[in-house]
Design a protein around this ligand. Structure first.
Ligand SMILES: [Zn+2]
Length: 348
């Protein structure tokens, strides 16, 4: 346990919604400490203070969970960049950084495993290799004393099932989230309801969706998933304005650019959801019955604060939530100067 006095994930979910901020890859890339492309979180070793700082900012904004930044810190990714020797240190350091922040803030501490990019449906050797990759990462998370493990961004539900088995063997609660691309089925062709049922049936404590789809194109899938399962449902969209014709953030196209231009992953800025859109998503997802909420790649602390406030909370960052009443030109405070307010009405 991150803190012996706090409830675990399942107790907290029984009492109400839980927020888990994600999106560390994209945010640290924007800040200049992580390279897009391979997207390996070397920042954990090279600039650990930046990772700790982002954990703290997300907690300050309302996240109930500190998720160790081990996304893509698996053997396949480290092999890709020729640094397999760094694998264990990277994982253990990421877990320790997250643990320190969780302890100082009474947040839950989560370990993280994710899509391997090795798994191939119908290929037993790939399943065995993936199981080994998950087993070593989950082992390090167990050593760190995590409260639960997140297995995320699986587009093969079968790979998610392997992850779930490994987490269950370790005796920890499992939050398993799938990533749906343009088609509303997993890569092996299962519907969201089918995949959710299989995962819940195999013992997942929370099942849901993360990444790839923005709020607008994730909600219809949640509508199918929630009634299909009898466990808490998770929803962590990317904060981008995906829509039915371009349902994933990889499929978004910028009308100001040539047709060959793909905004994903480093030119998605014009599609970013406002904090208000994330608040609206939070309300809509809650109405559907979703109880584990977050934002994935592209999330900033302002999105997490909006999510927390949409749930009726006032995290520490709410101290700085916008108050336009004292704005010189657009405000309503009686001490404001009339000539500026008149100018604001006419010219702004
Ligand atoms: Zn993501």
């Amino acid at each position: 346990m991150a803190d012996q006095t706090t409830d675990g994930l399942l107790e907290r979910l029984a009492e109400g919604p839980v927020i888990c901020a994600e999106g560390y890859l994209f945010e640290l890339e924007r800040r200049g400490f992580l390279q897009a492309g391979a997207f390996v979180p070397e920042v954990v070793v090279e600039h650990p203070e930046k990772v700790a700082q982002l954990h703290r900012e997300f907690v300050w904004a309302g996240s109930d969970v500190v998720e160790a930044f081990t996304y893509y810190a698996h053997r396949e990714k480290l092999r890709l960049i020729g640094k397999e020797h760094m694998l264990e240190r990277l994982n253990r350091d990421a877990l320790q950084i997250a643990k320190d922040v969780a302890r100082e803030s009474s947040s839950l501490l989560a370990g993280d495993i994710c899509n391997s990019n090795v798994y191939e449906s119908g290929n037993q050797a790939s399943a065995d290799q993936v199981r080994e990759m998950f087993t070593e990462q989950v082992g390090w998370a167990v050593d760190a004393g995590v409260d639960f493990i997140i297995g995320e961004t699986f587009s093969y539900a079968e790979e998610a099932l392997v992850a779930l088995e490994v987490v269950r063997e370790a005796g920890l609660p499992a939050v398993i989230t799938l990533a749906f691309h343009q088609e509303p089925v997993t890569r092996e062709g299962w519907s969201v309801a089918e995949a959710g049922k299989r995962l819940a049936g195999a013992g997942a404590d929370v099942v849901g969706l993360n990444c790839i789809r923005g709020p607008r194109t994730m909600l219809p899938l949640l509508e199918e998933l929630v009634p299909a399962v009898d466990v808490p449902v998770a929803a962590l969209p990317v904060p981008y304005r995906t829509h039915p014709a371009e349902p994933s953030f990889q499929s978004l196209r910028d009308p100001t650019q040539p047709a060959s231009h793909r905004p994903f992953p480093v030119a998605l800025d014009p599609f970013t959801c406002t904090r208000n859109e994330i608040a609206d998503f939070t309300v809509a997802a809650r109405e559907l019955g979703v109880s584990y909420l977050g934002v994935c790649c592209g999330a900033g602390p302002h999105h997490i604060r909006a999510m927390a406030e949409a749930l009726g909370r006032t995290p520490p960052a709410s101290r700085y939530t916008a108050d336009m009443s004292k704005h010189a030109f657009l405000g309503s405070d009686s001490s404001l100067r009339q000539h500026n307010l008149a100018f604001g009405t006419k010219e702004l």
